[in-house]
Design a protein around this ligand. Structure first.
Ligand code: AHM
Ligand code: MG
Length: 336
């Protein structure tokens, strides 16, 4: 039987990937692994919420039951803060970034983390997979001083690492440090992540498109035209429509099977819905590392210069040839 590495072994065996750090990046990934296990345990109990106590109620230990997204945020923030591995964290759940100062108020740590602790959390109530998305940068301001907004407003192409955890039929941690994409599956019986999906790659072509088509009438004309193309009978078309409404799960499926995910602008959401820093950049980094592509319909996601923490952008991500075709349709209608 083939022996699979554990995530811990993988980190040790691939120290070159973690070259920027004196072990800092390894420790950071290890902390994310730990928080993921804690959150996974809670997400898996979600169906028992009526039995164990609802959000807002007090459970038997006298602790307040929290909504899962708030819970996940607390776990990731605390795990990263307590270990003093990073100098700052920005979370989709928080208005502003958090500065982490060490015991003596000086923090020599190099990295900042941006995180969406529980993306797609509206799916929890109906037992559909949700995910955590994270993005890691080196700070740009002087080490040892409090982090600044500019440490977080970096272009996606400056990411040092990014990844997601999908709490699905099995729980997986998928990440890149810029040396390809590797996926690790949690064995819940012993709480260990094993390398189950080495060198994940987007097929160049795919036959799945993922978009909330209910918003069709509100979409830009380029997207409408592309959707008509997807549905046309020709060659390998019509494509299959698959939309979970949980970015991590839709991305994960498309990376394995080949497909395109689109969350465009619309008259209802003129800037799109997804957040550049917490959702699009990390997914774009993973996509490119897996041989796929990510754009806003016109330009590379990772080249967008962020201007605010919670900035939204339209998002086209997936198999390279599919993104190329979608971009050709978009070009017929220049961005306004
Ligand atoms: P969230 O960060 O509030 O959870 O929103 C992000 C989610 C994505 O996971 C998903 O792809 C998208 O929103 C679904 O939005 P919609 O319901 O508008 O299709
Ligand atoms: Mg989100």
């Amino acid at each position: 039987m083939q022996q699979h590495s554990t995530l811990g072994e993988f980190i040790i065996e691939n120290q070159k990937q973690f070259k920027y750090s004196s072990g800092e990046l390894s420790r950071l990934i290890n902390s994310i692994r730990l928080a993921a296990k804690v959150v996974n345990h809670e997400v898996n109990k979600a169906g028992l919420v009526d039995i164990l106590g609802k959000a807002g109620e007090t459970n038997i230990q006298g602790e307040d039951q929290q909504k899962l997204d708030v819970y996940a945020n607390t776990i990731f923030m605390e795990t990263l803060t307590n270990r003093e591995i990073v100098c700052g964290i920005a979370s989709e759940e928080e208005d502003d970034f958090v500065t982490i100062s060490g015991n003596d108020d000086s923090n020599e740590n190099k990295y900042v983390v941006l995180i969406d602790p529980l993306d797609g959390s509206s799916n929890v109530d109906v037992n559909v997979s949700v995910g955590t998305i994270f993005s890691i940068y080196r700070r740009v301001t002087k080490s040892g001083t409090p982090v600044q907004l500019e440490d977080f407003l970096q272009e996606g192409n400056k990411q040092v690492a990014a990844g997601y955890i999908v709490y699905g039929t099995s729980t997986m941690l998928v990440f890149t440090t810029g040396h390809g994409v590797n996926g690790f599956t949690l064995n819940p019986a012993i709480g260990t992540f094993y390398l189950s999906h080495p060198d994940m790659m987007f097929p160049e072509n795919g036959t799945i498109y993922s978009i909330n088509e209910g918003n069709y009438v509100h979409f830009p004309q380029g997207v409408k035209d592309y959707l008509k193309y997807c549905q046309m009978e020709e060659g390998d078309r019509p494509y299959t429509s698959r939309y979970i409404g949980s970015l991590v799960s839709d991305f994960h499926r498309n990376m394995i099977k080949g497909g395109i995910y689109i969350y465009p602008t619309s008259t209802k959401a003129p800037k799109g819905k997804l957040r550049l820093l917490y959702e699009c950049n990390p997914m774009a980094f993973l996509a490119e590392q897996a041989g796929g592509k990510a754009s806003d319909g016109y330009m590379r996601i990772m080249d967008i210069k962020p201007t605010e923490l919670h900035q939204r952008v339209p998002f086209f991500c997936g198999s390279t040839n599919m993104i190329d075709v979608a971009e050709r349709f978009m070009k017929n209608y220049p961005a306004t």
